[in-house]
Design a protein around this ligand. Structure first.
Ligand code: PMP
Length: 407
């Protein structure tokens, strides 16, 4: 089904949050997406009917819970073109990246370097920065261009025979920039660099296929793709996951334990210590079903139209500064009204029930590069947004600017 403004309104009706918050204009989808009834009900039904711990029980209820958990793994694997054993459930993107930084650090030789980009979220900087500090690796930042894209020339200089790992975002949570991930991975491979992709912002807007991209690792969170909070994914290439040491130790991840040693379970269990978020996994399956039912391509087409509209309308505002590339972008648009602090803008929008994010967006190094030390305002869209939501935003921004100009 092709999406348009009317179908978007109909799809919005699947999300109870809008019934409970009448008039809400939700433009903070990059922080977290809202959850449809199907996801909320799947979590509730699992808790009411199927709840048991997985992995250990022999009774039917535990077997049913286990089946649902493993179905979730298959659903995620299928969604991103991976094998089920290549899917590790974590708490969120941040935990996936921490797990990786910790376990990869044990495989990196002295004198090697790690590279990230200037457009990373703190979750894809700090784990690498701390690892670099602990092990005295150098951490390098690939630059962005004045057009808010990744500087591919700088990338080709920064990734070299000394680089062990390159961790980079698929889509920027500030600029919306979609990076040419397959091209980057191809180049990184030619230098024997391990590639880690932060897909936190890509997963809700694009069809992500890890085999087509060819990356070694990829991380994302369920809560940004209509799913429940508290469950995230780390994809890793099977051969690599098999070689890596576990990150957390305890129940569920061992094969045998004696008083003075232990051996590890096969992947993916090796990386899933302790009781997992089973109900969350069930909810994530339903989120994937919801997206598939609407159609990832249809979602992308409609979001492209919404993005063009928001950019066109924002450009009506005099002197607005928009931080967004010309092409290849997700519907995540950051901006500043000159002379007005982004927090003031967001608070005044809130008075009109318009939810946007303001501040450093967990990307302080990028704020420095953008010369936006006070932060930015960010409107981030989803398929359930409408032209009316965007009109409400832009009309309110115009009013705010007029009010401030009078003061
Ligand atoms: N990376 C990016 C690009 C993000 O936008 C976010 C969330 N804002 C994260 C990582 C962290 O995600 P989470 O908080 O779900 O771990």
């Amino acid at each position: 089904m092709k999406l348009n403004n009317n179908t978007a309104k109909a799809l919005k009706a699947d999300f109870p949050i809008f019934r409970h918050n009448l008039g809400l204009v939700y433009l903070d989808n990059a922080a977290t997406s809202q959850k449809p009834s199907s996801v909320i009900n799947a979590v509730k039904e699992f808790s009411e009917r199927d709840n048991a711990n997985v992995g250990r029980g022999v009774y039917s209820l535990a077997a049913r819970a286990m089946k649902k958990y493993e179905q979730a793994r298959k659903a995620v694997a299928n969604f991103i073109g991976a094998l089920p054993e290549e899917i590790i459930f974590t708490k969120n993107t941040t935990e996936s990246l921490n797990l990786l930084a910790y376990t990869l650090s044990q495989t990196i030789e002295k004198g090697k370097e790690i590279a990230v980009t200037e457009m990373e979220h703190h979750s894809n900087i700090v784990p690498w920065q701390q690892l670099a500090k602990r092990n005295r690796f150098k951490l390098k930042f690939v630059k962005i261009t004045k057009d808010f894209t990744l500087d591919m020339n700088d990338l080709k200089v920064k990734l070299n025979d000394k680089t062990a790992v390159f961790a980079f975002t698929y889509a920027s949570n500030v600029l919306g920039t979609i990076n040419p991930v397959a091209e980057i991975v191809k180049f990184a491979k030619s230098k024997n660099v391990i590639t880690v992709i932060d897909a936190a912002q890509a997963i809700q807007h694009l069809s992500v296929n890890v085999k087509e991209i060819g990356c070694d690792f990829l991380a994302f969170s369920s809560h940004k793709m209509l799913g429940p909070n508290g469950i995230g994914v780390l994809y890793g290439r099977k051969e690599l996951l098999e070689k890596l040491e576990p990150f957390g130790f305890g129940g569920g991840m061992i094969e045998t334990v004696s008083p003075d040693s232990a051996t590890w379970a096969k992947i993916p269990e090796k990386f899933e210590a302790g009781t997992q978020n089973i109900a969350g996994a069930v909810g994530l399956t339903e989120a994937i079903n919801h997206i598939k039912k609407i159609g990832p391509n249809e979602i992308a087409d409609w979001e492209e139209k919404l993005k063009d509209y928001v950019l066109k309308r924002l450009n009506e505002i005099s002197n607005i500064k928009i931080y967004h590339p010309e092409q290849n972008s997700a519907p995540i648009i950051s901006f500043n009204l000159p002379g007005i602090h982004p927090h003031d803008v967001a608070s005044m929008l809130d008075q009109k029930k318009i939810a946007v994010r303001a501040g450093h967006m967990c990307a302080m190094p990028l704020m420095e590069v953008l010369n936006a030390k006070g932060g930015v305002c960010r409107a981030s869209l989803s398929f359930y947004n409408t032209f009316e939501d965007i009109d409400a935003l832009v009309d309110s921004l115009k009013e705010i600017q007029q009010k401030f100009n009078k003061i």
